[in-house]
Design a protein around this ligand. Structure first.
Ligand code: MLT
Length: 415
């Protein structure tokens, strides 16, 4: 008889976004006359077409595959040199990152989960609350936690509270941690960390001989020039940090799939025997064994994001989504709800009306306004009392969401 990985049985519920999709489907089936009115602002999935420069490069990549002389079979597992080099030049100029420290993949969700392959058991893992659920669930699956309590918090994880009092940026803890997940601009709260706050985390990591897993999937949305885009802008991070980046939200690649991990040669972990081993070496080995590279046309398309035309087109996409975020922020504030995020990030984080909890707000928005939002509680106990609105949508849909939100709040008493 084949045994299973019993850690999966500790997982509390379905993964958040499929669970939301399930509820929306049930609502649509029960209310077929309202189904066409539904506007989805739940999952952070892009809505606008790919930039023209990306499309042209992908076509050219496919055309090359159609001709014997330029056909490409398996590529390098770590990614084509042309893309790794473009990333270093356009995203990490002056930060001392080399092309061979960049590993191309098919997504940051997979990367942030798969990275656990190179870490051993027994690490103290620090996770913000609320948090992107992938960090928690992949640690549960890997056996790095105990059981969850009634609030959904897993034994064995070090939770770092993020709330209105700390601006949704976790303070460094008194306790020791070995692995720390940070995500800035933050999913789900839209918070950003200042240079000083990131420097405090790097100092903590170095003092604790810990590794920071820095998820920068939303860095392109930063508007404030003082906010760092990369953890490697902080002195000392080359010794203690791994960064995750994606083409999903800037280039609109959620359906195309391309991302990358940056692991400096200087980041090391302990082997059981007491020696230090470069994490770069382990991730390279893992990548070669379990991954055969992102496809050639996709990597060509990703590189086009850094062409002059690509940069201008991506900037226009970001401006579009941030214009949506501004409308959503203004509407929520106008109806008297507490609003966070949405300034340097495509997520607006909103306090629920008094007496309504996060899933209650989800149900209310769906039933009364046919708008799908994400309940804050889906991101951890610390998200209770909040909901997240994604700014990834057409302008017309966002304007309609704003109208419906105003009407919904106007008809409900008291908030
Ligand atoms: C989200 O809505 O939180 C994101 O779409 C999740 C993701 O990028 O995987």
């Amino acid at each position: 008889m084949a045994t299973i990985n019993a850690n999966f049985l500790k997982l509390k519920a379905g993964y958040l976004f499929p669970e939301i999709a399930r509820r929306v489907k049930a609502y649509s089936e029960a209310n077929p006359d309202l189904a066409a009115r539904i506007i989805r602002c739940g999952i952070g999935d892009v809505t606008e077409p790919l930039p023209a420069a990306v499309v042209d490069a992908m076509h050219a990549g496919v055309a090359a595959m159609a001709v014997r002389e330029t056909f490409m079979g398996y590529g390098p597992e770590q990614g084509y040199e042309f893309l790794r080099q473009a990333i270093v030049e356009h995203q990490f100029a002056g930060l001392g990152i080399a092309a061979d420290e960049v590993f191309i993949s098919d997504g940051s969700k997979c990367d942030t989960g798969n990275i656990l392959d190179i870490f051993g058991p027994g690490n103290v893992i620090a996770i913000t609350d609320p948090v992107y659920p992938v960090y928690v669930d992949t640690n549960v699956m890997a056996g790095n936690t105990g059981e969850a309590n009634a609030r959904g918090a897993y034994a064995g994880l070090l939770y770092l509270p993020c709330n209105a009092a700390n601006g949704f940026v976790a303070d460094v803890p008194r306790e020791h941690a070995d692995l720390i997940y940070l995500c800035f601009p933050n999913n789900p709260t839209g918070a950003v960390a200042t240079r000083e706050q990131l420097a405090a985390w790097v100092a903590y990591a170095r003092a604790n001989d810990a590794i920071i897993l820095f998820d920068a999937a939303y860095e392109a949305f930063i508007q404030d020039p003082a906010i760092p885009h990369s953890i490697f802008e902080i002195d000392g991070a080359r010794e203690c940090a791994i960064e995750f980046r994606s083409f999903s939200k800037n280039g609109g690649f959620t359906g195309v799939r391309c991302a990358y991990v940056v692991i400096p040669q200087t980041v090391t972990g302990h082997s059981g025997a007491g020696g230090r081993v470069p994490l770069h070496q382990l991730w390279s080995r893992r990548h070669s064994t379990k991954f055969n590279g992102a496809s050639y046309p996709v990597q060509r398309a990703a590189a086009a994001v850094f062409s002059d035309a690509g940069k201008a087109q991506v900037a226009a996409l970001i401006a579009h989504y941030m214009g949506n975020a501004k409308l959503l922020r203004e509407t929520c504030a106008a109806v008297g709800l507490p609003v966070f995020g949405g300034v340097n990030a495509p997520y607006v984080w909103v306090g629920c009306p008094q007496g309504v909890d996060a899933w209650g707000m989800f149900d209310k928005m769906l039933a009364e306004a046919q708008v799908v939002i994400t309940p804050g509680a889906g991101f951890g106990a610390g998200g209770e009392g909040y909901f997240r609105i994604s700014a990834f949508n057409s302008r017309a849909n966002v304007e309609e969401v704003c109208r419906r939100l105003k009407a919904l709040v106007a008809h409900a008493h008291p908030y």
